[in-house]
Write a protein of this length. Structure first.
Length: 156
């Protein structure tokens, strides 16, 4: 879904700084529990900039539960933002759960935001992915809500 946000009080007559469009998706590409260290796409949105001189602001939210599953190590994961197959943003490694032989759970939302020049009006796909290095991640819309990606295009 992409919409153009406009005002009726003439504030949008200036070109610079005007919001051109907003793209949004909360369609989940991955749900469930995983322990492998592969990168998994969570949400994505196809986006065609209206201007080659604009800037996009990309906001993602990952809603999930992380846990160490009786491992003697911390649960550790990162979230990434990609434009097509190119990584354009990455969170710090998030370490949860003290080392323990007990299963420790942590439910949270993790956000990452990226600012990027469009440079063209070619269609591209922005996506948010998650990658664990230890423990498990559990993405479940019914329990934790939907993860999402939102793209706001602003004329530079």
């Amino acid at each position: 879904m992409a919409t153009v946000i406009r005002g009726d009080d003439n504030f949008d007559s200036a070109i610079n700084g005007r919001v051109l469009q907003v793209g949004f998706s909360d369609t989940q590409l991955k749900e469930g529990t995983w322990t492998d260290t592969a990168q998994h796409d969570i949400v994505s949105v196809s986006f065609t900039p209206l201007s080659a001189t604009s800037t996009v602001y990309i906001e993602t939210v990952l809603r999930m539960q992380s846990y160490n599953n009786n491992q003697s190590q911390n649960s550790s994961y990162k979230i990434k933002v990609l434009q097509d197959t190119t990584e354009i943003g990455e969170s710090n490694d998030t370490h949860n759960n003290p080392k323990s032989t007990n299963t420790a759970h942590r439910t949270e939302s993790q956000t990452i935001a990226v600012k990027r020049a469009t440079s063209s009006t070619s269609t591209r796909v922005y996506k948010m992915a998650a990658k664990i290095s230890a423990g498990r991640l559990y993405v479940d819309v019914g329990n934790y809500g939907k993860s999402y990606i939102k793209i706001t295009e602003v004329e530079a």
